[in-house]
Ligand binder design. Structure first.
Ligand code: IMP
Ligand code: MG
Length: 179
């Protein structure tokens, strides 16, 4: 796949407005589910920085935010399942209710790795919120507690998601036109 020169080579799949509406709904659900609990929002860098920034502002609870950087080795558009931590959490999560915020779950291998890693740090609970899921790619079924949108098996960019580090700043989710 070649890198398109312009954002206009990208076809809108989910508009900024659709994302906004869905994020408000997810924020309400999360607010309801975590009432009275000590919540830590865990953003997976880099992809979830845009979604996470919007989502936390729709959650009406006292909460803390932390970040973990993950990268998967291998080809640019497919997860290899071999994950490495590029930046670790700033604080221990023992005894905390963790809500992981991810941009997209494709094969599920990144999430599998992360969940195993976090379990060993003994949080009180762990749930997953992903803006997107691509069911066609699943190799390891993960329970996703909050899903923004289910999308077809296309490589998508924008709203935090990249192709070769580009397009994260697009305000919508789009698919690259091929050919
Ligand atoms: P998984 O391990 O296959 O579930 O892939 C998860 C990670 O791969 C995500 O956190 C993304 O960073 C990246 N990824 C998977 N599909 C896409 C896509 O369509 N666009 C951009 N990044 C993707
Ligand atoms: Mg990525």
């Amino acid at each position: 796949m070649s890198l398109p020169a312009l954002a206009t080579d990208i076809e809108t799949l989910i508009s900024a407005e659709e994302i906004r509406v869905r994020t408000i709904e997810l924020g309400r659900e999360i607010t309801r589910d975590y009432k009275g609990k000590d919540l830590t929002i865990l953003l997976i860098l880099k992809g979830s920085f845009v979604f996470g920034a919007d989502l936390v502002r729709e959650i009406d609870l006292p909460l803390s935010v932390d970040f973990i950087g993950l990268a998967s080795y291998g080809a640019e558009t497919k997860s290899s399942g071999v994950v490495r931590i590029t930046q670790d959490l700033s604080r221990p999560v023992e005894g905390r209710h963790l809500l992981i915020v991810e941009d997209i779950i494709d094969t599920g291998l990144t999430m599998k790795y992360l969940l195993e890693n976090l379990q060993s740090r003994h949080p009180k609970s762990i749930k997953v919120c992903s803006l997107l899921e691509k069911p066609a790619g699943v190799q390891h079924a993960t329970r996703i507690d909050y899903i923004g949108f289910t999308i077809p098996d296309k490589f998508v960019v924008g709203y935090g998601l990249d192709y070769a580090e580009r397009y994260r700043n697009l305000p919508f989710v789009g698919a690259m036109r091929e050919g």
